[in-house]
Design a protein around this ligand. Structure first.
Ligand SMILES: [Mn+2]
Length: 216
């Protein structure tokens, strides 16, 4: 029931935001492997309603939303009876596509951002460039097969999917740490905060495109 109330509240807030001209995107992405419904607001208040069927992945998407100060509604029904691969990768692609769509022509944004995020004994770094080109490098240092209920190797597939969907360069690295939970969580937090900077409006550039190429 709490989820329903949260969803109602979020839907109401998003409508109000749209009328204020804030950057939002709604998309449905359906394949034989996954069905995804997603609503993103870049200038959010960290509100989320997320369900992918993988609890640890939900936890990561929720803290991504809060640390990025976005609003995110995301539901995914994937073929988890096969394994988690399609669900995690397709959520990454859809989320990336939502950012690309919400940012429209990318005029007047900072475009690139980075963040160094500590989480207790763990330190992670993220660098993002919304360059229009796809590249992704992820070094998690996680050695266990599972973190919570998430297949840990899929963290890389999520960010690769995001880079493809958003047409971005995404570089993430856990510098050190002990807890595998912290290593992945610190990456998602660092990523959210780097992306938040990259999406931010650049007062100095104004409506100028942050590229000399003329297109992003
Ligand atoms: Mn946690």
């Amino acid at each position: 029931m709490a989820g329903v109330n949260k969803k109602k509240r979020l839907a109401g807030a998003a409508t109000k935001e749209e009328t204020k001209g804030l950057r939002t995107a709604t998309l449905d992405r359906n394949t034989t492997e996954t069905k995804i419904a997603l609503k993103l607001t870049i200038e959010g208040q960290g509100r989320y309603s997320v369900g992918t069927g993988i609890r640890f992945f939900d936890h990561m998407l929720e803290l991504f939303t809060r640390h990025g100060a976005f609003n995110l509604e995301l539901q995914c029904k994937g073929d988890l009876d096969v394994d988690q691969h399609h669900t995690v990768e397709d959520v990454g692609i859809a989320l990336g596509e939502a950012f690309d769509k919400a940012l429209v022509d990318k005029k007047g944004i900072l475009r690139a951002g980075y963040f160094v995020m500590p989480m207790d004994e763990t330190l992670a770094v993220a660098a993002v460039d919304l360059s229009g080109r796809v590249a992704c490098v992820v070094k998690t240092k996680v050695k266990t097969r599972l973190v919570g209920d998430l297949q840990s190797e899929l963290v890389e597939d999520f960010f690769e999917g995001f880079a493809r969907g958003a047409r971005a360069n995404v570089h993430l690295k856990t510098l050190y740490g002990r807890s595998n939970h912290h290593k992945i969580e610190a990456l998602f937090k660092a990523f959210a905060r780097a992306l938040r900077v990259a999406c931010s409006r650049d007062k100095q550039l104004g409506e100028m495109l942050p590229s000399t190429k003329g297109l992003l």
